[in-house]
Design a protein around this ligand. Structure first.
Ligand code: ADP
Length: 272
């Protein structure tokens, strides 16, 4: 199955050694994304989204578990190997539009430079610009573009060289609703046309709506996943299920009685 996946991670744990002590930022995350799909990673601030994206982009290594990108393992890989994997397989889009592009160079020129650097044909730039609806903006510097146009240009830049995965860290966080929608409207078609897996961290319901698959993180674990419109709780590899915060008050003693019905594989959780 993994041969069909653009990117996956299994039982990923990330621990930071900070001045204040040890922070367990991720506590066993599983994720699998096929080419041609959009995955949104959602969750409140501090839930581990950026940490997960840094691992998926091979910027950092997991403390335990593994990330596999284009069939290559990240755990145990040296910084040099991770850099090579990143260059070959990852396109990255940052949150702030101005961090993704040079300020004083027309977008088209920038994209052609990147295409040359990545060994992509010039025609790729035109094809991407057409698909991302920025073809008539190529002669303009970034400051003459809206935030949404800049982020679509950043997606074009990230897609050059045919990476397996495009990672985008809250790419619409600084955009208004109209420009956010313009970015969301191209995510799915970009993923499908280029057979690339797009993984995007977000707080934005518009982005979640544009995704095939949404993972909700809380406290470094996957609390639930939305797949084909259904929200599913996740049973991790150690058997843990994370309950939504709104039902925690049902169990004030934090001890519950479980009733199993093997006939229907049903578990009932009762307060004690
Ligand atoms: P999010 O992107 O969802 O806001 P982060 O991945 O940035 O979450 O952070 C997850 C947890 O890890 C938080 O408790 C944060 O304070 C901690 N953290 C993130 N980066 C570091 C770091 N470099 N050193 C220590 N702790 C970190």
């Amino acid at each position: 199955m993994s041969a069909e996946l653009a990117i996956s991670c299994s039982a990923v744990v990330k621990v930071y050694e900070a001045d204040k002590g040890v922070v367990q930022a991720l506590r066993g995350i599983d994720l699998a994304a096929r080419p041609g799909t959009v995955t949104a990673v959602a969750g409140p601030s501090g839930s581990g989204k950026s940490t997960l994206l840094r691992l998926l982009a091979a910027i950092d290594s997991p403390t335990a578990g593994d990330v596999v990108i284009g069939g290559l393992q990240i755990a145990g890989a040296s910084a040099r190997v991770r850099r090579a994997i990143r260059r070959r397989h990852i396109g990255y889009v940052q949150q702030r539009p101005s961090d993704n592009l040079f300020a004083d160079m027309p977008i088209g020129e920038q994209l052609r430079l990147v295409a040359r650097h990545k060994g992509a044909a010039r025609s790729e730039v035109d094809r991407l610009a057409e698909g991302l609806d920025i073809a008539d903006r190529l002669g303009h510097d970034p400051r003459e573009l809206s935030g949404g146009e800049q982020q679509r240009a950043a997606l074009a830049r990230a897609a050059l060289g045919r990476p397996s995965v495009i990672i985008a860290d809250e790419p619409t966080a600084e955009l208004d609703l109209v420009t956010t929608r313009a970015v969301c409207s191209v995510l799915g078609s970009l993923a499908r046309d280029r057979s690339v897996a797009i993984v995007v961290a977000t707080h934005d319901v518009e982005v979640m709506g544009a995704a095939d698959h949404v993972l909700f993180l809380r406290d470094g674990a996957v609390q639930s996943e939305t797949f084909e419109g259904r929200e599913l709780a996740v049973v991790d590899s150690t058997g843990r299920i994370q309950l939504p915060p709104e039902v925690l008050s049902w169990y004030p003693g934090r001890r519950v009685a479980l009733e199993f019905d093997p006939e229907t594989s049903t578990i009932v959780i009762k307060p004690t």
